[in-house]
Write a protein that binds this ligand. Structure first.
Ligand code: ZN
Ligand code: MN
Length: 488
């Protein structure tokens, strides 16, 4: 047993992660799975409203995505699986039960590698990942509540870790790593902010007292919908359990786990339920669906489509292109960005560092400003490579290149076309630049006198005037050199 320095107890954490899958339609009907932002109760049908006589038809893509997630998490894919009814009454659950998987989930016994507290990596076991359907949503107002069933029936993957996380930092590392993998696989967009992904977190404390190891029952903190909530709730609840034990509170006699909620406003957990066992749900096999056995061929076919995982991709991009840790992290954080980068470099022959600078700088800034996704960059990789090459060849300077980039973003034209259309080619010709410098020296008598009087910074104003007269097209190095020479 390890107890962190300064803390008299060890924290034991297991996380159940619910994520909506990136399918087009819902789990058992043809309604759109993209419910977020639609007017209430408009993305519904008799199946996802649980009307009498409606029958479920499983979504093949949801099953494939679940298996894909399982494979990426090093899980086994059992030869037989089935759906079960999990019975409970709640106003957001129209059928009075949720179709889930009880004892024969789609995937079992995997692991996930996370950065460990003390450096290095740590393997965290995955007990299972099973497929179920999401519930509707309740909107609570003053004295009444409203229900919206748009989310009802959206495919939901529940990934259950072993209770092997031993600190808040490890819990956060687990959540972040899992999120990155599922996004990379395009299994889920993991939209925590829309309630389309959330964490149920089991927290307990373990310590020595009177020569014996104590490990009182855990608290399950329900529906944490941000990394910040996860961090704060786990910190609060573990300390609360410890203080309750010290004060001789109810944790000393409690035999079973409790379920609590998290209030970000008060920064405290609050009790929801005292006990909740599997038998409370009266699970039984879903009679409207047959058992299912994913063929070994179909599992292997899915395995062959697994993309490179984020950690491996980062290592390869750092190694192959000599990029910094920082650039690599940004590029790999969004798979379309990494693919775009590799195409600019490999297909377009651009310098890797210059390409990375454009992507992590201007491109990300434009995407953010225009509210676009990283898959919607309007400039083709080969076009950006063309721009990078024009700068490398000294055809345009970097200031002009930014203006050309802005034009490319709007017009879709190639960089060279824009440079010709706007006559932006950099002027490096000594005599042409010298002529402009003579004009400027003749016109700017005060700055020239300042410079010759010893104020060397006055040369910046003259440099600006020369570049201005040349519409920014002067080769900066040549302009500076000639200007210094002529000023003497
Ligand atoms: Zn429906
Ligand atoms: Mn669940």
């Amino acid at each position: 047993m390890t107890v962190a320095a300064g803390r008299p107890y060890e924290v034991v954490i297991g996380i159940e992660t619910h994520v909506e899958l990136g399918t087009r339609s819902k789990m058992f009907c043809g309604c759109s799975a993209k419910w977020f932002g639609s007017p209430p109760n408009t993305v519904v049908c008799p199946v996802c409203l649980g009307l009498p006589g409606a029958l479920p038809v499983p979504n093949r893509r949801a099953i494939e995505l679940s298996i894909l997630a399982g494979l990426a998490l090093h899980c086994e894919i059992p030869e037989h699986t089935k759906f079960d009814r999990k019975n409970y009454m709640y106003p957001d659950l129209p059928k009075g039960y949720q179709i889930s998987q009880y004892d024969m989930p789609l995937t079992v016994n995997g692991w996930l590698e996370i950065p460990a507290d003390g450096g290095g990596t740590k393997r965290v076991g995955i007990i299972r990942a099973h497929l179920e359907e999401d519930t509707g949503k309740l909107l609570h107002a003053d004295g009444y509540s409203l229900v919206d069933f748009n989310r009802s029936g959206v495919p939901l993957l529940e990934i259950v870790s072993r209770p092997e996380l031993s600190s808040v930092q490890e819990a956060l590392a687990y959540a972040t790593t899992l999120r990155e993998i599922l996004i990379h696989l395009a299994v889920s967009e993991f939209r925590l902010e829309e309630g389309a992904a959330r964490f149920d977190t089991n927290v307990s404390i373990r310590f020595r007292e009177g020569g014996e190891v104590r490990w009182p029952p855990q608290s399950e903190i329900k529906n944490l919908n941000s990394l910040r909530a996860l961090e704060q709730a786990v910190t609060f609840e573990s300390q609360r359990l410890w203080e309750d034990w010290q004060a001789g509170g109810e944790i000393r006699t409690r035999k079973a786990k409790i379920t609590v909620g998290w209030s970000p406003d008060t920064g405290r957990t609050f009790l929801q339920r005292r006990k909740e066992e599997a038998e409370d749900y009266r699970y039984f096999p879903e009679p409207d669906l047959v058992t299912y056995g994913p063929s070994r061929e179909s599992v292997e076919a899915l395995r062959s489509t697994l993309p490179e995982m984020p950690e491996a991709r980062r290592a390869r991009i750092r190694r192959d292109y000599g990029l910094s840790e920082y650039d690599t992290r940004i590029l790999v954080s969004e798979p379309p960005l990494a693919a775009y980068f590799e195409s600019v470099v490999k297909d377009g022959g651009a310098d890797p560092k210059a390409a990375a600078n454009w992507i992590t700088g201007e491109i990300l800034r434009y995407l953010r400003e225009k509210g676009l996704r990283s898959s919607d960059i309007p400039i083709w990789p080969l076009q950006l490579a063309g721009l990078v090459r024009l700068v490398a060849a000294g055809e345009i300077n970097t200031t002009v290149a930014k203006a050309v980039f802005a034009d490319m973003w709007g017009s879709g034209d190639d960089a060279a076309t824009i440079v010709d259309r706007k006559n932006l080619r950099q002027v490096s010709d000594d005599s042409a630049i010298a002529a402009v410098i003579d004009e400027v020296i003749a016109a700017e008598t005060k700055a020239v006198a300042d410079y010759r009087g010893g104020n060397k910074r006055a040369i910046e104003a003259l440099f600006g005037k020369v570049m201005g007269r040349m519409q920014g097209k002067g080769n900066p190095q040549v302009v500076r050199k000639l200007l210094a020479e002529k000023l003497g």
